[in-house]
Ligand binder design. Structure first.
Ligand code: MTE
Ligand code: CO
Length: 423
């Protein structure tokens, strides 16, 4: 077992010995309540004395100005240009399971396409009896469904493959969002076009300047894919593919083609860029693992974490995080606060839905000594989230994509937290 703090590789046993020798901070206390003459109670505030904005002053509501820090963020040195780049969902600022539309991470290969829905078309061609071109209005006349699904980019946590790198769950795990989609089952649209018996694959294509394409097997297309036009009740945001995107539940984000304009039906995969040079895993023997579509079960503690340190001192402490699996639900998450020496079953709270994010909590009395926090997801197939070392044993050191290894946060006596690895 090795603990690694950003580049250095101290021995775990020494590290734990050092941690144990450190003087304990104040013993576990209770939650503090307001003291006498608290100015926040005694003083008048502007909002007590003056009338506020009337209705309609804010026709589209925005968060409080005191929440101005709750934003998507990028890592500028990660990519050469913001039009082919990524930013990250601020997971440490969120609770529950739904990602608000304005905070869903963005991944574009050619910037945000500003598509006029009146000028947008969806074409179905290839191995079909009736090639069709749909307007947005045509799509609205099919029966719709609502489903909550997570979208995780296969590159999420990619920087962490070789060791602890980025300081914050926003950066290590924020290439994910969890949204309720309204859309038409892709099956209904393909049936309208009449797939020929030889049609075993589809190739969705985006209307942005990158013309993104991915090969998807027909079984998945006919199973649970959606042609979605609403997210969390309102129109898709331009960043998420307005006016229409493909939803491919549980499968890697790259396949969820945004600004969807065409679906070709074929009899074999197309082997395009995104499924050969990208989104494949180079193994130790020089061969690349391909077509790894399903996202394996994964979890992360969002609080405490490097961007969300413990600021209240010892005593009752709420640990929380999220877990998900591309293969089903998450019936159980284990957490440890001592680097894996003892595990506790976390408390799940909120709806448990297939291929959706799940929320977990673990409340504990912090004694003020250093912590090593980890979470480990179990999915409904019985699969258990592995350590990063277990992944490296199978896939070697070359990988970037599909890192679902267990994440560790080190919490110091002052409550500050840091990305480390204990595998
Ligand atoms: N679709 C198009 N047309 N263009 C793109 O650049 N990026 C893909 C996918 N669909 C992309 C696309 C990738 S790699 C991911 S991870 C998801 O969209 C990101 O979706 P989001 O921007 O809604 O988070
Ligand atoms: Co992606």
């Amino acid at each position: 077992m090795v603990i690694q703090v950003k580049g250095t590789k101290p021995n775990r046993r020494n590290f734990l010995k050092a941690a144990a020798a450190a003087p304990l901070a104040a013993a576990a206390g209770s939650r503090a309540f307001a003291q006498d003459a608290d100015p926040a109670i005694v003083n008048k505030q502007p909002w007590n004395q003056y009338l506020g904005d009337g209705v309609d002053a804010r026709p589209y509501g925005m968060p409080s100005k005191f929440e101005a820090d709750v934003v998507r963020r990028d890592v500028p040195w990660l990519t050469a240009d913001p039009v082919s780049s990524v930013n990250f969902t601020p997971l440490h600022e969120l609770d529950g399971i739904i990602t608000p539309n304005g905070l869903c991470f963005e991944r574009h290969h050619a910037g945000i396409a500003e598509v006029d829905p009146a000028e947008h078309r969806l074409m179905i061609n290839g191995l079909v009896d009736n090639p069709i071109v749909f307007t947005m209005e045509d799509l609205m006349r099919f029966p719709r469904e609502n489903h909550v699904y997570f979208l995780e980019c296969a590159a999420n946590s990619g920087m962490e493959w070789a060791g602890a790198q980025l300081n914050g769950c926003q950066y290590t795990h924020g290439m994910i969002h969890n949204v309720m989609y309204t859309g038409v089952p892709l099956r209904l649209i393909l049936e309208e076009a009449g797939v020929k018996t030889a049609g075993t694959w589809i190739l969705p294509e985006g209307a942005d300047a990158s013309g993104m394409t991915r090969s998807i097997p027909m079984e998945k297309a006919m199973d649970d894919c959606l042609v979605a036009f609403k997210m969390n009740g309102e129109a898709l945001r331009p960043e998420q593919g307005y006016p229409v995107r493909l939803v491919v539940p549980g499968w890697e984000g790259n396949m969820w083609v945004k600004w969807l304009r065409r679906i070709e039906v074929g009899d074999q995969p197309w082997h395009h860029r995104e499924e050969t040079s990208k989104y494949t895993d180079l193994l130790e023997n020089g061969q690349a693992r391909r077509f790894t579509w399903e996202m394996d079960a994964k979890s992360v503690i969002t609080n405490p974490s490097p961007q969300a340190p413990i600021t209240h001192g010892p005593g009752p402490t709420v640990l929380t995080g999220v877990a998900w699996s591309g293969r089903g639900t998450i019936p159980r998450v284990d957490v440890t606060i001592d680097g894996g020496m003892t595990w506790h079953q976390a408390r799940m709270s909120g709806p448990s839905m297939d291929k959706s994010m799940h929320r977990f909590y673990y409340e504990f009395d912090w004694d003020g000594s250093p912590l090593l926090l980890q979470s480990r997801a179990h999915d409904s197939t019985g699969y258990v989230q592995p350590t990063k070392d277990m992944l490296r044993e199978v896939r070697g050191e070359n990988s970037i994509y599909h890192n679902n290894g267990i994440q560790t946060w080190y919490v110091a006596e002052d409550g500050s937290a840091e990305n480390v690895e204990v595998s």
